[in-house]
Design a protein around this ligand. Structure first.
Ligand code: ADP
Length: 632
């Protein structure tokens, strides 16, 4: 191939511009990104070489080398990992295929004013442009005889050329440093300090090249003597696999740094869960709960699952088989002593041992979460706010661990913003409270204002506010907690009155029945497409009407959610309750048939709005309101 010049994808150029003009002070992190890439590339080669004996890979020779040149102001990062072919270079270095890129760039642009934000994104290879005015990458893929040279100054274009790599398979990245840097990245002690800080645990040796002067003996003539130099290599990382060390010897900073290495998230994790399992399955595991939802988390194709190692050898990323879906937000790794080195994805799916690991991992995570909840409640609540909706999926999906997950769940009540567990809720229940009450809707504030809550407040009954879409499934899946049923305060069968109160109300309603029969009739006949029934209410205090749901029908919210998911949902007819004590309803009695019909439609729309549902036709509603105003 002749040398070619190509244009960067627009997004890439945006990122490069951000890097080039970055005010981020810890520019040194470029090195950890490049070393991380090299380490990944070696991991990949080690794994691939198992099925390619013809490559003759000598796994004992794996290493990453740093070659600084003080005079030229350059640094080479050399690895003998898997390398890339032309296509891969173009796909990986000239474009961004990663999902969530748009959102990422948007946030990155904000980073201009807040340089520390740059530190929160895994910008990988591109971070070299924070320190280098020119970057050259020479790489050769395993199994090939031709290499690729990629080069760019970050000004919109890059060049590509085919050149065989003298060292064969692997990658060399040469950074030509900018002139105005605060730190000299060609200095031995600077490089050592950076590697120690960020990359000490990398499991391959990182060798630093040093030029040392050779003393020549036996020369008589001092003047004639020419200085001679030789190169030496010094391994500057300890290579200790962090997860095999004892938790008590590991500093938080080490845990955090390792997290960044495996997660590509640059913020500190909220918690780490590090353990060793013995017994039927022997493995070490190190998991992290991130402090925030990863940017690409909601993307359909976003990958999850810990890394899998077998006896310290990296096998694969994103091993979904090792944890249940509802723990997909945890990052980390599992290092098994029992699995075979050449396990493949296909094998993993049916492997009994893998299933055993998943079971042990799940049970450990659950017990650590429980401990977390009881010992560091506030921190746990922070986690719950972010990841609770995901964890709750397990209540519905993992029958075996359903009860443990229920105990781990936190809810907010409408009364205050405090989080409560179901155990706490039940403990604080009044003696005469017979169910666990909830109200569900999309927005917490909306729920808090629901007029139906008044009676619960009067009685001192707490009502859970369920705002996550998943809650509709969760309540059905829980059904009962410690003999108490979950009951929506909109349930038609809801009954929170004492016998005495009931009696009184029934007497009153009986009297009212005849009086309000014409009003009810208007609702029933004029809105018969939308209503199953209309009746007098025992639950309303300050509002004229409300809609309730038959116990066996899906709730209005469930309908909205299913609709949003693109599912065909036949609108179930609802039950409308009217409040005979309310002035509006009393006035309605004396209206003409025609007026009554308009009022009925407006009140029905109000009831819909009150529960957070859209009205059937905003145009019809506004015309109805105008009609009412005319008559005022
Ligand atoms: P990330 O590491 O987050 O995927 P990078 O921009 O750092 O993003 O790298 C993009 C891709 O380029 C990597 O996923 C990898 O496939 C490839 N790559 C980068 N550095 C190397 C390397 N030293 N050897 C082989 N492939 C590499």
């Amino acid at each position: 191939m002749a040398k070619e010049t190509k244009q960067f994808q627009a997004e890439v150029q945006k990122i490069l511009d951000l890097m080039i003009h970055s005010l981020y002070s810890q520019k040194e992190i470029f090195l950890r990104e490049l070393i991380s890439n090299s380490s990944d590339a070696i991991d990949k080669l080690r794994f691939e070489s198992l099925s390619h004996p013809e490559w003759n890979v000598d796994t004992s020779q794996f290493k990453i080398q740093l070659v600084p040149d003080v005079q030229q102001k350059t640094l080479k990062i050399i690895d003998n990992g898997i390398g890339m072919d032309l296509e891969e270079v173009e796909a990986n270095i000239g474009t961004i295929a990663r999902s969530g890129t748009g959102a990422f760039i948007e946030q990155m642009q904000e980073a201009k004013d807040r340089p520390e934000l740059i530190g929160q994104f895994g910008v990988g290879f591109y971070s070299s442009f924070m320190v280098a005015s020119k970057v050259v990458l020479h790489t050769q893929k395993a199994g090939e005889t031709m290499g690729v040279v990629w080069s760019s100054t970050g000004d919109g274009t890059y060049t590509l050329d085919s050149v065989p790599r003298a060292e064969g398979t692997g990658t060399t990245i040469t950074l030509h440093f900018k002139d105005d840097l605060d730190q000299d990245f060609t200095t031995e002690w600077v490089l050592k300090a950076i590697v120690k800080k960020y990359s000490d645990f990398i499991s391959f040796p990182i060798e630093l090249q040093k030029i040392v002067e050779v003393e020549k003996e036996g020369e008589e003539n001092e003047e004639k003597k020419e200085k001679e130099f030789k190169t030496e290599w010094e391994v500057i990382n300890s290579q200790k696999a962090l997860w095999l060390r004892s938790p008590k010897d590991i500093k938080d900073e080490e845990y955090n740094e390792f997290y960044r290495h495996i997660s590509h998230d640059w913020t500190d994790p909220r918690k780490n869960i590090h353990f060793k399992a013995e017994g039927t399955q022997e493995f070490s595991a190190l998991f992290y709960v991130p402090s925030q939802l990863p940017l690409d988390f909601q993307m359909r194709d976003s990958k999850w699952g810990p890394q899998l190692f077998v006896k310290r050898v990296f096998i694969m990323d994103h091993c979904e088989e090792l944890i249940p879906t509802y723990f997909r937000f945890v990052k980390g790794l599992v290092d098994s002593s029992d699995l075979s080195l050449n396990v493949s994805r296909e094998i993993l799916q049916q492997d009994r041992q893998v299933q055993g690991i998943q079971k042990a991992v799940t049970s450990k995570l659950l017990s650590r979460f429980k401990e977390w909840m009881s010992k560091e409640r506030e921190d746990y609540e922070g986690m719950w706010k972010t990841f609770g909706p995901i964890l709750k999926e397990g209540i519905h999906a993992d029958h075996a661990n359903k009860y443990k997950l229920i105990e781990l769940s936190l809810f907010r009540t409408v009364d205050d913003e405090k989080w409560t567990s179901l155990a706490e809720y039940v403990d604080s229940m009044k003696d005469d409270q017979k169910s666990i009450f909830y109200i569900s809707g999309d927005r917490y504030e909306e729920l808090q204002n629901n007029p139906l809550l008044e009676r619960f407040k009067q009685k001192g009954f707490k009502v859970l506010a369920l705002t996550d879409p998943i809650d509709e499934w969760v309540t059905t899946a829980i059904n009962k907690y410690k003999d108490f049923e979950f009951q929506s305060i909109l349930d038609e069968n809801l009954d929170i009155d004492t016998e005495e109160e009931k009696k009184k109300k029934e007497e009153k309603l009986k009297k009212a029945e005849e009086e309000f029969a014409p009003v009810l009739e208007t609702f029933k006949t004029k809105l018969k497409e939308r209503l199953k029934d209309a009746r007098l209410s025992k639950r309303l205090t300050t509002t004229p009407v409300c809609l309730v749901t038959s116990t066996q029908d899906p709730t209005a919210r469930m309908e909205r959610i299913m609709g949003a998911l693109g599912q065909e949902v036949p609108k179930t007819k609802r039950i409308l309750e009217i409040n005979p004590d309310h002035k509006v309803i009393q006035k309605m009695k004396d209206l003409s048939e025609e007026q009554k019909e308009v009022w009925a439609r407006v009140l029905f729309s109000q009831a819909l709005l009150q529960e957070g549902s859209p009205v059937d036709s905003p145009v019809d509603l506004s015309q109805d309101i105008a009609k009412m105003m005319e008559q005022f």
